[in-house]
Design a protein around this ligand. Structure first.
Ligand code: UDP
Length: 490
């Protein structure tokens, strides 16, 4: 189906509407992308912007939109887009790659409708996810700027923007015999092992590879990038991004991208509440109940995020490592495929660690867990949302990257900001109990852990200052709105 979009006609909007900024926010249909974007949308709305939040494939349920309750529905509204593809396709690490590009036709219709509504200010921009590159077509059609919402750190942004060049030079996809080689020329990024580049960029056979390649090119065409990070966390990366000419791919003329670090995109209460933000939870989760019984700052929270699943032998070894460390822990895991119904944990593990360890297979209320006074460290897969959540609570980390850009995030935490200790790299394969136990003891029981903790707490202070009144996030948001106003009046 092709839709011819006519020039916008009809009555002119009032002066008031012309001055009003209206942002159309399009998240990728994966919760790790859409939930931070919803927090961002809420913040834009609090600054007087009319927001249309597009629920791509209706992947977010009513439950998720509870955070918008109480906001004026005429200025903060949610609209569905597209018919959800069949069940089961939304479960890969980057779901729906085969389908998201099909949304373009529906999106053109949606924008036609938004532009024709006399009662509203017309859209002043598209804010769309890093993996919805096709939205540039919509922005061009309606002559409005597109800002990319980048859900990973500035280092990953620099790397992804460099992907077309690496492909041109024949260095991507990676020759498996060269995985240990370092890459030196990504603007602003320190020398990086090829094996540590975002995993979908490495292998042409990966289902995401062509999708990444296309989106990286389309990102060059954007007006700017709103990054889920804060300036003080990655100043040199951000400075370099701001000075680098992008967009000169496929023979086009280059331009500077407006680089706007506006994260961490988390609920406001996470920045303002004290160590406990859980007082108003009606039903206290079992993990929290168990944490209530533990001494202050004593427990290591262990989690691999919402996507990664460890093998059963690795889960058993991890359990042995936790036991061997002698430290307190809360282990949260996604259930692995287990057709033979094998035991997940070594025999007697739960009894032997009773009182000092708690295991939960399923979803944990992570923000509440990280905010609990009993949690003193975090063994993480280094997903960027989890990393920011840990930083905002000043929790020293242990790094165990699995996929996506997690290896780069881990290197950043260990080498750049020295706020984490490495358990393993992404290429280490099976991780032994001795290695796990040693890393845990280094973090929780050795003087080295104190240094790491101090470094992490400095980052927390920087994060809280950045998101606070007059901080760098507010300034970047104001610059963003100023850019939209200039665009509108040009
Ligand atoms: N999360 C959670 N409970 C869990 C596992 C994950 O609340 O049991 C949340 C976590 O707080 C974070 C997100 O899921 O906001 C995971 O995103 P991240 O970017 O860290 O990693 P991914 O899941 O994409 O690998």
């Amino acid at each position: 189906m092709t839709i011819a979009v006519e020039e916008i006609s009809g009555e002119q909007p009032s002066i008031e509407q012309q001055l009003q900024l209206h942002a159309v926010v399009l998240p990728y249909p994966a919760k790790g992308h859409s939930i931070p974007l919803m927090h961002f949308a809420k913040r834009l709305h609090s600054m007087g912007v009319v927001v249309t939040f597009v629920n791509t494939f209706s992947h977010l349920s009513k439950e998720h939109f509870r955070t918008l309750d109480g906001l004026d529905k005429s200025t903060m509204r949610v609209v569905p887009l597209g018919v959800s593809p069949p069940e089961g396709e939304g479960t890969t690490s980057l779901p729906y790659v085969e389908h998201v590009n099909e949304l373009v036709e529906d999106a053109l219709l949606l924008f036609e409708d938004l532009f024709s509504r006399k009662e509203d200010a017309p859209p002043a921009c598209i804010v769309s996810d890093m993996f919805l590159g096709w939205t540039q077509v919509v922005a061009n059609k309606f002559k409005i700027p597109r800002y990319v919402l980048f859900a990973s750190p500035a280092g990953a942004l620099a790397t992804m923007l460099h992907m077309p060049e690496l492909i041109k030079q024949g260095r991507l996809p990676i020759d498996p015999s060269k995985k240990e080689e370092l890459i030196y020329d990504i603007p602003g990024v320190p020398p990086t092992r090829l094996a540590d580049l975002p995993s979908p960029m490495q292998d042409a056979n990966a289902y995401e590879y062509p999708f990444y390649a296309r989106n990286c090119v389309e990102m060059h065409e954007a007006t700017g990038v709103l990054i889920n990070t804060f300036y003080e966390l990655e100043p040199s990366y951000i400075d370099t991004l701001r000075q680098t000419v992008y967009g000169n791919v496929n023979g086009k003329e280059g331009h500077l991208l407006s680089i706007l670090p506006v994260g961490p995109m988390l609920p406001k209460a996470y920045f303002t509440a004290g160590p406990e933000i859980s007082a108003n939870v009606e039903e206290r989760d079992l993990c929290l109940q168990w944490l209530d019984t533990q001494p202050e700052s004593s427990v290591l929270y262990v989690s691999f995020g919402s996507v990664a699943v460890l093998s059963i032998p690795q889960i058993q070894e991890l359990a042995m490592g936790l036991e061997m460390s002698g430290q307190r822990f809360l282990l949260v895991l996604r259930a692995p495929l287990n057709p033979e119904n094998l035991p997940l944990f070594p025999e007697g593990f739960e009894e032997r660690t009773k009182g000092r360890g708690f295991v939960h297979v399923g979803w944990a209320p992570q923000l509440l867990v990280l905010s609990h006074r009993a949690v003193g460290g975090y063994l993480t897969h280094c997903g960027w949302n989890s990393t920011l959540e840990g930083i905002c609570r000043g929790l020293p980390m242990l790094t165990w990257p699995i996929q996506a850009e997690q290896a780069m995030n881990a290197r950043f935490l260990v080498d750049d900001v020295k706020a984490a200790i490495e358990v393993c790299t992404v290429t280490d394969g099976f991780i032994s109990r001795e290695r796990i136990s040693t890393a845990i003891k280094r973090l929780l029981a050795d003087p080295e852990g104190v240094i790491v903790k101090n470094n992490m707490q400095k980052l927390r202070d920087l994060a809280l200052a950045a998101v606070g009144e007059g901080g760098s996030v507010q300034r970047n948001l104001e610059n963003f709105l100023q850019e939209l106003r200039s665009w509108k009046s040009s």
